[in-house]
Design a protein around this ligand. Structure first.
Ligand code: FUC
Length: 724
């Protein structure tokens, strides 16, 4: 047995730049996770597929395949004027339905394998029975807007059984010669429909009551389309046209194409995003690499290293974002878009005090910028109900808006106010600009959003007798008193003013207004160091060193903000280190994921890696879903963002390579990460030192590069690639 660790894409340092330039392929065995058994527990076992809007989960049960599916907009609820956190007003993200394929024949098989290839976004189930190999493959196509699932065997006539298509709310399914459909209307008026078309080779298929019965078939191909009448437009009450015509057209158009055509189009589309980034932080021993994912996770719990799994989980976050957030769709909710019940935890809503933001932390840096846009679209579409809710609570004369801790796709909000939430959202608009430098986006979308949130704070900040400014009646999520000057609020408002000033500068507008904002920013009560050297969570020095609360909201200034950094404010960074150290390495999935980024921003790669390992050991299920518990997708995205922060940072105006490299990742490479300023960065390293870097600019830019402890200036023109 070969116990030597295998390096999948180790680059000899001298050759690295050449290979990076040629385009390192990210696809390979390392992109596959597999299990030797079907799924039992939806949240822990199913393999997810998605095209941003439509998604499904594969169980892979031998005798009865189960494909549970979702459409991101199938929500109950409404504008929720009462702002309670209960249905019907707040609403729930719904299970759309379940497709079952019951197969005749015994359940006993050998060589059962259920896998998900995240580089092709195809799920596969295979097994042997009586010498025959059976294979099922499923994907969820973005270009064709359907789920396609095919069952084949290497012998003829092996498939007989029944197909059932069940809606998630006991709808009646109608059955035709080779198709099935159900439709419905939710109490909020949302209309929805699903349509399945089945094609068989060999054998027969016919309706039988509420099922399609097939007999003696060589293969089955199922094409499933589903949609709702949701439209992201408040003026239309978020309701558009009945989906019947579109769903029928999508199902029929795709069913008229060959499997191989649909598959090729799907893989090409997925890889156009997925293949932009490749990462290698070390090699896993062959024997361990060959294990199913549950055993690999167990080995990590037992203390074995598995760098390939650390890479896989990084790419899995990217895979999930591609799967649940594409231009034109709703943003990723607490479960992305995957949900099998009609009463998901926290309604599977948009949580504004860390969760939905964390979903988008990897978007820019891991080169999935367009997957960020659904967040901007929903926030922009929700402005009017947000303004209305804000005025109702804070006074008719208050300009701008903010949001409560939760919201739904209809602008409806619930639970407590989260005062700086809209300012935190504003950071996302700003970051999208910082990475991509799209002036049109800045002018049309980002700057108006930032400015309007500034108006809210201009009207609301409270002046202390000494002239300093505080956010009144704030709260550090989700513990401690409600009072003035809470660090979380102060830091986020500081960030908002700071980003807005820069945005105005970029656009060359509002010079006087920027001066006003700068003066307000500088009067804000700033980060303070308390009596045990900690970064204070409140204005009063009362932090308890034994407080292990999962929220670490006063770390915002360090990450994702930029008010504190070891490079610019070393004393405050040290205080942040004292605080996060006291908070400990425990917490929910997302809490650990956040701490990866925080330790990375503190330039402590070994501590970041410790958190990453803690997370894999305690908060990652066999399907690699993150668990709070329960399943909550933010931790997946936070993990991916955390790994990126360990490899590259660019928030302080310099592009810093390997700011937080752990000892165990001494040699490696990364391709295709993005840095602020409009630069794509690939590099490799050996014994902790960068050997070669390739920088590609999307515009004329002058950057400051920090690598191997040295700082240098590099000027690039648009489209130019520079290697050093
Ligand atoms: C926040 C967290 C909880 C949970 C919920 C969905 O409010 O405090 O831990 O993640 O969101």
């Amino acid at each position: 047995m070969n116990a030597e660790p295998r390096r999948r894409s180790t680059l000899k340092c001298a050759l690295a730049v050449v290979i990076l330039a040629a385009g390192l392929s990210s696809a390979g065995a390392g992109d596959v996770l597999w299990l030797g058994k079907p799924a039992v527990d939806w949240q822990k076992d199913v393999f997810p597929l998605g095209n941003g809007r439509l998604g499904c989960a594969i169980f892979g049960t031998v005798e009865k395949e189960h494909i549970q599916f979702n459409v991101d907009s199938l929500w109950t609820g409404d504008e929720n004027p009462g702002a309670g956190y209960k249905t019907p007003g707040m609403g729930d993200y719904q299970n759309f339905g379940d497709l079952y394929i019951a197969l005749d024949g015994k359940a006993e098989t050998t060589k059962y394998r259920r896998e998900l290839n995240i580089s092709t976004a195809v799920a596969r189930v295979s097994y042997l029975r009586d010498g025959v190999e059976f294979v099922r493959e499923t994907f969820c196509s973005q270009p064709d807007q359907v789920i396609v699932s095919r069952m084949t065997a290497n012998a003829k006539g092996k498939y007989s059984g029944r197909i059932m298509l069940d809606g998630g709310r006991e709808e009646k399914t109608s059955v035709g010669a080779n198709h099935m459909t159900f439709s419905g209307t939710l109490p909020n008026g949302m209309e929805y429909e699903a349509r399945l078309i089945v094609a068989v080779e060999g054998g027969t298929i016919k309706p039988d009551g509420d099922a399609l019965v097939f007999s003696g078939c060589d293969s089955l191909t199922m094409t499933l389309a589903a949609g709702t009448s949701y439209v992201m437009d408040y003026s239309k009450g978020f309701k558009g046209v009945n989906p019947h015509a579109l769903v029928t057209k999508q199902a029929e158009a795709a069913a008229g194409q060959s499997w191989s055509t649909l598959l090729a189009r799907h893989v090409k589309d997925h890889q156009s995003l997925y293949n932009r980034v490749a990462v290698d932080v070390g090699g896993t021993a062959d024997a361990q690499l060959a294990m199913p994912i549950d055993e690999r996770l167990k080995a990590i719990k037992e203390g074995k290293a598995d760098p390939d799994l650390e890479e896989l989980l990084f790419q899995y976050g990217r895979y999930l974002l591609i799967g649940c957030s594409r231009p034109g769709t709703l943003p990723a909710n607490l479960q992305g878009l995957w949900n099998h019940v009609n009463n998901a935890p926290w309604h599977a809503d948009y949580h504004s005090n860390i969760n939905v933001q964390m979903n988008y932390w990897p978007a820019e840096v891991t080169n999935l910028s367009e997957c960020h846009t659904p967040l901007f679209d929903l926030l922009t579409a929700s402005l009017e109900p947000f303004r209305k809710g804000t005025r109702k609570a804070f006074g008719e004369n208050v300009r701008g808006f903010t949001v409560r801790t939760s919201h739904n796709p209809f602008g409806g909000m619930g639970w407590k106010w989260n005062l700086p939430a809209s300012a935190w959202y504003a950071r996302h608009f700003w970051e999208h600009y910082e990475f991509g430098r799209d002036k049109k986006f800045l002018k049309a979308s980002a700057y108006p959003f930032l400015k309007e949130v500034c108006h809210y704070w201009e009207d609301r900040l409270k002046e202390l007798p000494d002239g300093r400014l505080v956010v009144p009646n704030g709260w550090s999520p989700e513990h401690g008193p409600t009072e003035d000057g809470v660090s979380y609020d102060q830091q986020i408002v500081w960030d908002l003013f700071n980003n807005t000033i820069e945005a105005a500068g970029e656009l060359g507008v509002d010079a006087d207004y920027s001066k006003k904002l700068a003066s307000m920013r500088d009067k804000l009560v700033g980060p303070k160091i308390g009596n045990w050297g900690q970064l204070q969570e409140w204005m009063e020095d009362r932090d308890n060193p034994k407080d292990h609360h999962r929220h670490i909201s006063h770390m915002y200034a360090l990450h994702p903000g930029r008010q504190i950094s070891p490079l610019t404010t070393p004393k405050l960074a040290e205080a942040a280190r004292v605080s996060v150290n006291a908070r400990g390495d425990g917490g929910t999935g997302w809490s650990k994921a956040w701490k990866i980024s925080i330790w990375a921003r503190l330039h402590d790669g070994n501590h970041a890696h410790k958190l990453l390992t803690e997370m894999i050991r305690n908060n990652i299920y066999n399907n690699l879903f993150d668990t709070h518990p329960p399943f909550q997708i933010d931790g997946n995205f936070g993990y991916t963002a955390g790994v990126a922060e360990m490899l590259i940072q660019s928030h302080t105006g310099i592009i810093h390579l390997l700011p937080a490299l752990p000892d165990v990742w001494a040699t490696g490479s990364v391709k295709g990460l993005r840095a602020r300023g409009g630069v794509e960065v690939s590099f490799d390293w050996k014994d902790g030192k960068v050997c070669g870097v390739s920088l590609t600019a999307t515009r004329d830019v002058k950057i400051t590069l920090k690598m191997n402890g040295k700082v240098s200036e590099v000027s690039l023109s648009a489209g130019e690639t520079r290697r050093r």
